[in-house]
Design a protein around this ligand. Structure first.
Ligand code: FAD
Length: 615
């Protein structure tokens, strides 16, 4: 005890000194930055950044989602935005001490603009800013009614005209879309649509969500029956309403469906089930949409000012067309329509594809006594679920992270603070560790002839997801079935189908009673083509991807995901989607963009993205 005590004191003193140095570095930098901004001197502000700097802005300066790389881009952005944004009040967030590790000082910061209040994150290197994240979290004068501002609910006193909560809700339900037009129409009532609708409700933006399916949650209910979320619970919370502490780590699909259905009620959403958008057009003169919908079979015309497509990033199936599909006598369907394995016990099943859905479906078919063959057409990245959770996610999204004070909101911002241009550099070492830990597993897969990759630069799952939204499997057991031959593996391209077989380009014939096309999904602007017009879909261009110039994500470099949660080339048309984490995080910024427009807050967009690809 006596020998360790002085060392502990010394260590404590050293830690305190480092913390004080970090705090001084941050406050000094913020003061200089603030002074340059007040002086309306973009070049002086940009000179406070390192040469290889990044500034990621989520709508606070740009009314856009943009990352600026290098001093010149920052200077240009500030020249265009400073006079209007009038940023001020740069401070270290209360209770968040700056910290220094490995030469990088990190800090959480707060600031204000003329329109609202922002949070941010700062990384300093050698006293200069290396990465800056700025995000707007609320609009002045339109703060959400939460915490101290929560509604009373009860109206105390005596009022002969009193109406109840239920009566008010009923009146709203009857009027909205009939006598009163919604300001926002969200097409698609999956997690993305309802999370956004919940935010808009808190911001008092009249909103209707429509979905062609009969019940909220049906998009999950309708998927193959063995499906459980591949991401863990800490990653999956919806806005406002977290899963309870006893919620399973991996939510079964019907359980998440019921949760989403409850969410629409608890969050008091105006959700129109069994309502399909049939067509939409935008009138430049009146600045409103005409959307023809069919509600319970009856035609209804809506005139929202803003139209959001929340119709699913994994919603428009990419159905291949192979010669012979018309004569094949067995069952054949895309993975989105696969009902599950029950009808296929003892049957010969061929699954075309080797990513998440393919593996899940192969596993469930095998468990149900089917004879299963997987056709691998291109290489796949596989990472074991437990390893991904431990090495890839646990620092931000885990029970451990929560215990150490990393709330979901904080984790989302930490993730957001890493510029996409360099995110792979943070990811590669993690995937190197995974490769090392599960070496035997990968050796076995390789021996079985499986074509495995780690992404073109070794950066693994998240980068593949952000770049192309496909090409991976989070292994929850089915990979072993391939490795040990229980699920047969064939590599090659499909040439055609016969009446009872799939034939590959090399002549290999795979007799089949069932063919599942686990061939993925197409870009979300395809929804705009279906609903609005091909012209508008082309005007908007490809959705998703970063322009990384890797497979299925052609350059040029965009720096952000194309068209997601931000203004598009089509006025008043927006896209939302992605996994639960993205839907939660970005719904705030999309909701604030819509609220600002409804409230008449000026929203000049800086750096509207150009279109380089149509799909
Ligand atoms: C097999 C599979 C497993 C997945 N696993 C995970 C996971 O583990 N974790 C995770 O975070 N994500 C996962 N995802 C990805 C993503 O989270 C889901 O696809 C999720 O359902 C996307 O939600 P969304 O709201 O964007 O779209 P969707 O849930 O696809 O909802 C879109 C809705 O739009 C409706 N719609 C479409 N057109 C119209 C129209 N014209 N009119 C009215 N309504 C219309 C559809 O009926 C649908 O309900 C998975 C996806 C798939 C396919």
């Amino acid at each position: 005890m006596t020998t360790t005590a002085p060392q502990t004191d010394a260590a404590t003193a050293a830690t305190a000194a480092t913390a004080a140095t970090a705090a001084t570095a941050v406050t000094t930098w913020l003061a200089e930055f603030n002074a340059a901004l007040i002086a309306n001197d973009p070049a002086r502000a940009a000179a406070l950044f390192t040469e290889d700097c990044f500034w990621r802005d989520l709508i606070s300066f740009t009314w856009n989602i943009r990352t600026f790389e290098g001093r010149a881009e920052i200077t240009r952005m500030l020249q265009a935005t400073l006079p209007r944004v009038q940023p001020a009040g740069w401070t270290v967030t209360d209770g968040e001490e700056p910290a220094e590790t490995g030469g990088i000082t990190e800090a959480w910061i707060d600031f204000e603009t003329s329109a609202g209040r922002g949070h941010g994150h700062l990384r300093l290197r050698g006293g200069q800013c290396w990465t800056l994240l700025t995000t707007l979290y609320e609009l002045k004068g339109y703060e959400e009614p939460n915490g101290e501002r929560r509604p009373m609910g009860a109206e105390h006193g005596a009022n002969p005209d009193r109406t109840t909560w239920l009566e008010d809700r009923e009146a709203e339900r009857q009027n909205l879309g009939v006598t009163e037009q919604p300001y926002v129409l969200i097409v698609g009532g999956g997690q993305a649509g309802i999370g956004l609708a919940a935010r808009l409700r808190q911001l008092s933006v009249p909103t209707i969500v429509i979905d062609k399916r009969a019940r909220p949650g049906d998009q999950w209910r309708s998927r193959y029956k063995s499906l459980c979320l591949h991401d863990p619970v800490w990653y999956d919370h919806m806005p406002y309403l977290k899963f309870p502490d006893n919620w399973p780590v991996f939510s079964p699909k019907d359980k998440i469906a019921d949760w989403l259905e409850s969410y629409t009620k608890v969050m008091e959403l105006n959700y129109w089930p069994s309502t399909e958008a049939k067509s939409a057009s935008y009138d430049e003169a009146s600045k409103q949409w005409t959307v023809n919908v069919e509600r319970g079979g009856e035609p209804v015309v809506l005139h929202p000012k803003q139209l959001v497509l929340a119709t699913g990033m994994s919603g428009r199936p990419n159905i291949p067309s192979f010669p012979g599909m018309d004569i094949f006598r067995g069952d054949q369907h895309h993975s989105y329509a696969h009902p599950g394995p029950d009808a296929y016990q003892g049957k010969r099943c061929v699954v075309i594809g080797s990513n998440n859905s393919a593996f899940d479906i192969c596993g469930a078919l095998w468990e149900n006594g089917a004879d299963v063959t997987m056709v691998q057409r291109s290489s796949t990245h596989i990472v074991r679920s437990a390893t991904l959770m431990d090495i890839g996610l646990s620092a931000l999204y885990s029970e451990r992270a929560v215990a150490s004070g990393i709330t979901t909101g904080k984790a989302d911002l930490i993730f957001a603070s890493i510029p996409y241009r360099i995110m792979h550099l943070f990811q590669i070492p993690l995937y190197d560790q995974m490769r090392e830990r599960d070496k035997d597993f990968y050796d076995r897969l390789e021996k079985a002839g499986f074509d495995h990759d780690w992404g073109e630069d070794g950066s693994g799952l998240f980068m593949k997801y952000l770049r192309r939204g496909s090409g991976y499997y989070i292994d929850v057991g089915a990979a072993d079935l391939v490795a040990n031959g229980d699920v047969k593996l064939v590599r090659g391209q499909v040439d055609h189908l016969t009446q009872d077989a799939v034939v590959l380009a090399d002549g290999t014939e795979l007799p089949a009673d069932l063919v599942v096309y686990a061939t993925g999904y197409t870009s979300m602007n395809g929804w705009a083509a279906e609903l609005i017009s091909r012209d508008v879909a082309d005007k908007v261009g490809k959705c998703w991807g970063l322009g990384s110039d890797t497979t299925k994500d052609p350059g040029p470099w965009e720096g952000e995901q194309r068209n997601m949660w931000k203004p598009t080339q089509q006025e008043a048309l927006w896209f939302t989607g992605g996994n639960l984490h993205q839907s939660r995080h970005y719904s705030l910024f999309l909701a604030l963009q819509l609220k600002a427009r409804q409230a008449g807050v000026p929203t000049p967009v800086y750096g509207l993205q150009e279109v380089h690809h149509l799909s």
